[in-house]
Design a protein around this ligand. Structure first.
Ligand SMILES: *[C@@H]1O[C@H](CO)[C@@H](O)[C@H](O)[C@H]1NC(C)=O
Ligand SMILES: *[C@@H]1O[C@H](CO)[C@@H](O)[C@H](O)[C@H]1NC(C)=O
Ligand SMILES: *[C@@H]1O[C@H](CO)[C@@H](O)[C@H](O)[C@H]1NC(C)=O
Ligand SMILES: *[C@@H]1O[C@H](CO)[C@@H](O)[C@H](O)[C@H]1NC(C)=O
Ligand SMILES: *[C@@H]1O[C@H](CO)[C@@H](O)[C@H](O)[C@H]1NC(C)=O
Ligand SMILES: *[C@@H]1O[C@H](CO)[C@@H](O)[C@H](O)[C@H]1NC(C)=O
Ligand SMILES: *[C@@H]1O[C@H](CO)[C@@H](O)[C@H](O)[C@H]1NC(C)=O
Ligand SMILES: *[C@@H]1O[C@H](CO)[C@@H](O)[C@H](O)[C@H]1NC(C)=O
Ligand SMILES: *[C@@H]1O[C@H](CO)[C@@H](O)[C@H](O)[C@H]1NC(C)=O
Ligand SMILES: *[C@@H]1O[C@H](CO)[C@@H](O)[C@H](O)[C@H]1NC(C)=O
Ligand SMILES: *[C@@H]1O[C@H](CO)[C@@H](O)[C@H](O)[C@H]1NC(C)=O
Ligand SMILES: *[C@@H]1O[C@H](CO)[C@@H](O)[C@H](O)[C@H]1NC(C)=O
Length: 470
């Protein structure tokens, strides 16, 4: 989901020791869904309390030193990103609402330049979802204000948006990749901008977002349906041949499918594009480990040939294939999704981690884990689609590992080295831990009618958007 260049790993290796159930706890209770959902809610409350105590109004608390960080515009991203999870978990959110009421989208302790992608998925997605769940006007009004702040990014000759907006000059500026815009950035705002247009009854947001898809659809590429990750917003030319389902590419493909679901298949444009991408992926990029047919990896494509590395971010694809399998009634997509999900879960439990008869590797030799959600996200889809309790046990094992190794006295921290049993914390608690990781975990143990996949589609930051009209 995120287009970070820093693609980090996985809780790998056998060094992960699961916590035992507390001794007074009967195993049967510990395995009850209600108990597990409640433990996850408690983890949310614990982390939110630490944030409130030490960093209220800042983007994040640094959960080891009790200090603050403001890398996401300084607009209190933890508050906005976590809001719909609070609503879903039934947690009172008055202070968050009050904060958002006073929130102006201006330069505030952060940079004067804001990242369009991060602002859309965390803030705009969070606000729209809060509105859809509560129908509280405040959240819609703020969404509209924020949408307007983002529009200057699209003022380019091609309509391909720039990576950032300068809040002072009110102009689009380049993000961190030279003159390039990034495929995942330009293709991960269509759900939000569509819903914003529907709710505000102003088509301008959707028109800008749709232009991007139209421009891309007209391009022919080396691998049909798959697009290189860098594009020049002045010429519309691709400036690399690198194709990936991981960071920089990922959520562009995710959103093609989800746009189709959101509009209930009213046009075939998005699903045609998605199907074409997946067909080519199956032909050229899906690899299975010899002797382990269920270990299914997604390769990348570089310099005219497959490149055998896969990162944690690409693990979202398991869930994306499962979602497609469900909506299109396509068993081969469902099976591919289950296989990719199982492969990614294997990186957590440590068996076969580096198995690579095909020379497969996981990005990178680095072993940090930053509370990312993609694997529990795919496990969430696997559970919802199959209802097989095995997936609940997988999710619970992951939660127990996070609880054991990432919990600090103030919240939960990313790890520098997952193979180390000492607490090698990196002092960062990303807002997606509240928005995604804990939300998907909670939903895995909740009634499947809570945020049903027949009624909601998740943005790439796990903010639910209602299927059908806004
Ligand atoms: C901005 O940072 C300053 C200095 O750290 C702090 O005093 C102020 O409260 C911050 N403002 C907000 C809205 O967080
Ligand atoms: C951070 O806060 C927690 C909880 O209030 C406290 O236990 C811990 O000692 C604090 N850490 C530092 C580095 O001040
Ligand atoms: C939160 O706000 C609601 C609605 O305004 C109010 O009914 C409730 O009493 C508030 N709760 C707290 C704890 O302030
Ligand atoms: C939202 O905006 C509408 C229209 O401008 C206004 O009538 C309404 O009072 C606003 N609601 C809130 C909660 O700010
Ligand atoms: C880039 O695109 C322009 C206009 O579409 C085209 O004329 C030009 O040849 C392209 N440049 C490269 C290097 O491909
Ligand atoms: C299922 O999806 C795959 C991959 O896109 C496609 O090749 C196949 O034709 C689909 N099967 C059916 C029955 O639609
Ligand atoms: C899905 O496909 C199965 C097997 O091909 C078929 O029995 C079933 O009726 C289909 N369901 C829908 C909703 O199309
Ligand atoms: C392999 O995956 C299929 C679904 O694609 C599943 O039915 C089967 O149980 C899996 N086998 C193992 C050993 O995990
Ligand atoms: C998934 O795994 C099963 C069981 O090992 C295998 O038979 C099947 O071919 C795999 N399917 C895909 C689409 O990878
Ligand atoms: C792994 O990479 C992250 C991000 O680049 C870095 O912060 C961390 O220190 C690295 N960890 C190790 C053990 O090298
Ligand atoms: C991570 O921890 C393991 C076990 O303590 C150690 O062997 C390894 O060198 C560490 N890796 C890095 C990059 O520090
Ligand atoms: C910890 O990980 C975050 C990503 O969540 C990264 O931005 C930050 O630089 C890392 N911090 C350290 C001290 O390595």
């Amino acid at each position: 989901m995120q287009s970070f260049l820093v693609i980090t790993l996985i809780l790998s290796t056998a060094s992960i020791v699961y916590t035992q159930p507390p001794s007074l706890q009967h195993a049967s209770l510990e395995s009850s869904n209600q108990f597990r959902a409640n433990e996850i809610k408690n983890a949310f409350l614990y982390a939110f309390k630490g944030y409130k105590k030490y960093a209220w109004g800042h983007d994040e608390v640094q959960p080891v030193t009790n200090t603050t960080s403001d890398n996401y515009n300084g607009w209190g991203v933890t508050i906005v990103d976590s809001l719909d999870t609070m609503i879903i978990m039934g947690i009172e959110y008055n202070d968050s609402r009050e904060f958002i009421k006073n929130l102006e989208f201006t330069v505030n302790n952060g940079s004067t330049k804001i990242n369009v992608f991060e602002t859309v998925i965390r803030y705009l997605g969070g606000l729209l979802s809060a509105y859809e769940l509560t129908k509280d006007d405040l959240f819609l009004n703020k969404s509209i204000k924020l949408g307007n702040v983002l529009l200057p990014a699209f003022d380019t000759p091609t309509g391909i948006p720039m990576g950032m907006v300068d809040l002072v000059k009110k102009k689009g500026v380049h993000g961190g990749y030279g003159r390039n815009s990034v495929l995942a950035d330009i293709g991960t705002l269509q759900l939000e901008f569509r819903r914003l247009s529907e709710l505000s009854r102003n088509s301008k947001y959707l028109k800008k977002a749709q232009k991007v898809i139209d421009v891309l659809q007209r391009k022919s590429t080396e691998l049909p349906g798959l697009y290189p990750v860098f594009i020049d917003p002045y010429t519309g030319n691709f400036t690399t041949t690198w194709v990936t389902w991981g960071g920089l590419g990922d959520s562009f493909y995710e959103y093609l499918l989800k746009q189709h679901i959101m509009i209930q298949g009213k046009t075939s444009q998005y699903i045609d594009m998605w199907m074409s991408a997946v067909k080519t992926t199956m032909e050229k990029l899906v690899y299975t480990a010899k002797g382990f047919p269920n270990l299914t990896y997604l390769a990348q494509w570089k310099n005219g040939k497959p490149f055998f590395e896969m990162g944690h971010l690409a693990c979202f694809a398991g869930g994306n294939f499962l979602l497609a399998g469900k909506f299109l009634n396509n068993t081969s997509l469902t099976n591919l999704g289950l296989n990719v999900t199982a492969t990614c879960y294997n990186t957590y439990i440590g068996t076969n981690t580096m198995i690579s008869p095909e020379g497969f590797g996981w990005i990178s030799p680095n072993s940090s884990y930053i509370l990312r959600p993609e694997v529990v996200e795919s496990i969430f889809y696997a559970y919802r689609v199959t209802r097989d309790p095995k997936y609940q046990d997988w999710a619970w094992n992951i939660f127990k590992s996070i609880n054991k190794f990432c919990k600090t006295s103030t919240g939960f921290s990313g790890l520098n080295n997952v193979t180390s049993l000492i607490n090698d914390w990196n002092n960062s608690q990303q807002s997606f831990f509240f928005a995604e990781t804990l939300k998907y975990l909670y939903l895995i143990f909740s009634n499947t009618s809570l945020i049903s996949l027949d009624e909601w589609v998740f943005n790439t930051e796990a903010h639910p958007i209602r299927i059908g009209g806004g």
